[in-house]
Design a protein around this ligand. Sequence first.
Ligand code: CMX
Length: 136
Amino acid sequence: MIKKIEHLGIAVNDLAEATKTYQSLLNKAPYKTESVEREGVDTVFFECGESKIELLGATREDSPVGKYLSKHKEGIHHIAFYVDDLHFEIKRLQQEGFQLLSDKPKPGADQKSIVFLHPKSSHGVLVELCEDKTQF
Ligand code: CMX
């Protein structure tokens, strides 16, 4: 079951500058920074009620966020839904005809197992499904 919006991912050009901006906006410090080398991204997380804001800075131009920034400029990069059973949701969404970018969960930032849906499957929005990390 899809339980809530876990976070919104925001692609930014200058992670340090964006961190200052969101620290002022949300009036709190980030609770976590993390590099995800496989995705070519540095991340900064802020809590926001029951959801989070994830700032995303590209570490490589050919990474998903690097390509996104060269094409779209800064802005909302993805929406992440928290699910209680990722394997079940993967199967369910495949049966519903959504294009998943992998057929099994992979490790993501912030102690999560994740899978993405192609933005063309969801009206131009890159969707991430995540659950608390399990074994890989
Ligand atoms: N939101 C909406 N549309 C997007 C998008 C995004 N985040 N990223 C790419 N697109 C669109 C492009 O605009 C393009 O559309 P057109 O065909 O209409 O021009 C199309 O998708 C293909 O884009 P591309 O630049 O050629 O990029 P690729 O096809 O190589 O990759 C995607 C697109 C979604 C498969 C890739 O970005 C991906 O695998 N994303 C998932 C992983 C990811 O985003 N990781 C970073 C976040 C990690 C984290 O949260 O920690």
